[in-house]
Design a protein around this ligand. Structure first.
Ligand SMILES: [Zn+2]
Length: 497
């Protein structure tokens, strides 16, 4: 039965005596039923149109209001449902493609969505602009604790966004920056499909910059592990496209001491995950460290993982320069280019994983280099930039509330700073927004210092003002989506290959 969103909307508006918006891309068809997402001034719902017994057959129970007859089609009705966990469970039986799945080593882009409402705009931006697999449910433990969510909620919120936007392609769910085994298990239980292991607490970085005499003094070097590493690699030369990786004794001792414990942890978690599921994306990250990853370290880590039969999908390295969340790259672009060049060559020599760029929000100045050197095979993670567009939406639609949020961000600055590496001194932030005209408020979100201020304040802001914030974003949804769309268009424009 052919019926479009306009006639659905007309039926609903006529019968419910209030204005209804039906999301145009949300219409999905199965079992002679039409499924769609709609909203009124208060809430979003799932709608199903078709014959009553068929709607009953879906098993959905959380009905809202009474059935709405379709006068023009005999025996057809529209029934609305809550967007509840129970409804979602039944929908997944009908549309299994709503589930996330492992992506593998193909080009992908991570859209962290702290509020659970931005993925819709992410999908819109991606649909029109770039062929990449989206990772939609991407949250770190740090983010989950600040937003008071869990992995399960994050996945479900992404699914409702996917349903609303009619996306039916592959997508991933990334348990980001996990440092502890218990969180890997929690993520696996929730059904995440990508697991990003943060190695930072298992590294001994100090040894990388230590003189050989101090190393000899401080460490026992005749242990089994170091002997094994020396036997395997000593005096090995690996030629990669004109570049040579060479392992002398002190380099190897440093690598073994610095990365040995991390490699053990990577293996332990790999076994935990492969014991629980058949397929998953495994990302190993070294980015939140102080030492820039050398080509020798990269080669050594990958080769060791291979020797231990650890399969993985992507690798995040520490590149030269500073990667702060929500602002552009700080550093020498040519230096970054040289670094990514050799790392991409090593990656291609092994040939079965991709490089992942973390804190990828707004790093527009290095995107072209990253894409060119990786030959368009990569993963990029973003998150903070989407949160900032939510703040911009408030700035443009409710200036007094924005000024309140600014004050919260300012008052909680010292506390917020503890969780993030940022080079921002409170003294350079304006102490009030009084001198800024209402109309100019959205543009303050282009200022690097204010971006950093708001970026780290999301936990504090949500704690105090979540309800009001979410209400305003609901009321101004199209404006919020437009800001996000524009922002990601800017990102994708720099990813042309
Ligand atoms: Zn990272």
């Amino acid at each position: 039965m052919n019926i479009d969103k306009e006639s659905i909307r007309n039926h609903l508006t006529r019968n419910l005596s209030r204005d209804i918006f039906v999301y145009p891309d949300s219409l999905r068809f199965s079992r002679n039923l039409t499924f769609f997402t709609l909203k009124d001034y208060n809430e979003k719902y799932l709608g199903i149109m078709g014959q009553e017994e068929q709607i009953r057959g879906t098993g959905l129970k959380d009905q809202v209001g009474s059935d709405i007859p379709i006068e023009s089609i005999k025996r057809y009705i529209i029934r609305l449902f809550e967007r509840s966990d129970g409804s979602l469970k039944e929908l997944l039986n009908i549309f299994p493609e709503l589930n996330p799945s492992p992506i593998g080593a193909i080009t992908s882009f991570g859209f962290g969505d702290r509020l659970g409402i931005a993925n819709a705009a992410h999908i819109r931006a991606l649909k029109e602009q770039k062929k990449m697999v989206p990772v939609l449910a991407q949250q770190s433990v740090r983010e989950l604790s600040k937003t008071k969510k869990d992995f399960d909620t994050v996945i479900k919120q992404s699914m409702w966004n996917i349903l609303q936007e009619g996306y039916s392609g592959k997508w991933g769910a990334d348990a980001d920056h996990i440092k502890e085994k218990e969180y890997f298990i929690k993520a696996a239980e929730a059904g995440m499909t990508m697991y990003t292991l943060d190695t930072s607490e298992h590294l001994d970085e100090e040894v990388l910059n230590m003189t050989s005499s101090r190393i000899k003094k401080n460490y026992q070097l005749d242990n089994k592990y170091i002997k094994k590493i020396l036997k395997e690699y000593l005096d090995k030369k690996i030629k990669i496209d004109g570049y040579e990786i060479y392992f002398d004794e002190i380099t190897l001792i440093r690598l073994a001491l610095a990365y040995g414990r991390a490699l053990k942890f990577i293996k332990e978690i790999f076994e935990v995950l492969s014991g629980r599921m058949e397929a998953f994306d495994y990302e190993i990250s070294f980015d939140e460290t102080n030492t820039i990853t050398t080509p020798e370290a990269h080669y050594f880590i990958i080769n060791e993982m291979r020797r231990s039969n650890i399969s993985f999908t992507s690798l995040a390295l520490r590149f030269p320069g500073t990667f702060e969340k929500g602002i552009d790259y700080i550093g020498n672009i040519e230096e970054f280019d040289r670094s990514i060049n050799i790392h991409a060559l090593i990656c291609r020599k092994f040939g079965d994983y991709k490089l992942s760029l973390h804190s990828g929000s707004d790093k527009l100045s290095i995107y072209p280099s990253f894409v060119r050197n990786t030959q368009n095979l990569f993963h990029i993670k973003t998150s903070g930039t989407s949160w900032l567009e939510a703040v911009r939406t408030i700035a443009s639609t409710n200036p007094p509330f924005f000024r309140e949020l600014f004050q919260i961000a300012l008052d909680t600055f010292n506390e917020n700073k503890k969780a993030y590496h940022i080079n921002l001194d409170k003294s350079i932030i304006p102490t009030s927004t009084e001198s800024i005209k209402d109309n100019d408020l959205p543009d303050t979100l282009n200022d690097q210092n204010l971006r950093r201020l708001f970026h780290i304040a999301y936990g504090a802001i949500l704690e105090k003002k979540e309800k009001h914030l979410m209400r305003l974003l609901f009321e101004n949804e199209q404006i919020h989506y437009d800001y996000l769309f524009k922002n990601f268009k800017k990102h994708f424009d720099r990813l042309k290959y």
